[in-house]
Write a protein that binds this ligand. Structure first.
Ligand code: HEC
Ligand code: HEC
Length: 206
């Protein structure tokens, strides 16, 4: 009996999880049109933030739920970046859902960029990350951002920001706190080097 109840609870838990991941209610066609405002930075391979210099993050294939959460955080000023504040501020909740649905379905069109850090060392250190981000940085749980194929310098920058507290997230501030500069470099190289990962969103190919 106990075992039956337990099994039912697990089944309910799993179906509840599937229902919650399936509910990203965006319309990718409407999102594609809204993405016009974003292409100047997010659709140009190699485009960088001006100061400090780091690559604009890849959005293609990113989990829709995380994209919406990131846009809400910029809009609310919880995550601070002047251009992203200006670009998210004008979006409605539905716009954010639509854009997220559009970028999430982009297929990888390019190989990951060559990395500078030590991929093998990063793989060993990534054991503390996989419970949430998945072994290759592509977690099935959509609130955990995909890291696979993301730009190495963006990953470094963002881990430094969690460490300094410039980017606030209760989980990631704690995770980043004990990392050395070498750990950050190695982990960023490992996740950035994963193939079939995130990609630049090109409007023409979607
Ligand atoms: C002027 C250049 C620029 C424009 C235009 C722009 N972005 Fe960004 N975007 C950036 C930069 C730079 C970052 C990284 C900011 C940071 O470090 O937090 C970023 C970050 C993001 C992130 C977070 C990614 C992550 O992995 O956390 C999302 C989502 C995003 N942008 C979506 C958009 C959308 C949607 C638009 C259009 C409505 C847009 N951006 C327009 C430069 C831009
Ligand atoms: C307990 C779960 C958990 C663990 C373990 C974890 N993360 Fe995260 N990570 C998160 C969550 C949740 C976010 C989104 C936070 C936010 O919105 O700022 C995140 C965000 C990130 C981001 C930002 C991605 C982006 O696109 O901006 C990076 C980089 C990152 N994690 C790297 C790591 C690394 C490296 C490790 C291991 C050393 C790790 N994480 C361990 C939950 C976790």
């Amino acid at each position: 009996m106990t075992r039956f109840v337990l099994r039912s609870l697990i089944v309910i838990g799993i179906s509840g999880f599937l229902a919650s991941t399936a509910q990203a209610a965006g319309d990718p066609v409407a999102g594609r049109a809204k993405f016009d405002a974003c292409v100047g930075c997010h659709s140009i391979p190699g485009w960088t933030n001006v100061y400090p210099t780091y690559h604009v993050p890849r959005l293609g294939g990113q989990h829709a739920d995380y994209v919406v959460a990131a846009l809400r955080a910029y809009q609310a000023g919880e995550r601070r970046h002047p251009s992203m504040y200006a670009n998210s501020n004008i979006l409605s909740e539905q716009d954010m859902q639509n854009i997220a649905a559009f970028v999430a379905e982009a297929q990888a069109t390019e190989r990951p960029s060559p990395v500078r850090g030590n991929v093998a060392a990063g793989q060993v250190k990534s054991e503390t990350c996989v419970a949430c981000h998945g072994p290759d940085g592509n977690s099935p749980i959509t609130l955990y951002p995909r890291l696979d194929g993301q730009h190495e310098d963006y990953l470094r920058r963002t881990l430094q920001e969690y460490q300094s507290g410039a980017r606030v997230n209760a989980i990631m501030n704690g995770i980043a706190a004990p990392l050395s500069a070498q750990d950050i470099a190695d982990l960023s190289a490992y996740f950035a080097s994963q193939s079939d990962g995130l990609t630049v969103v090109r409007k023409g190919s979607n």
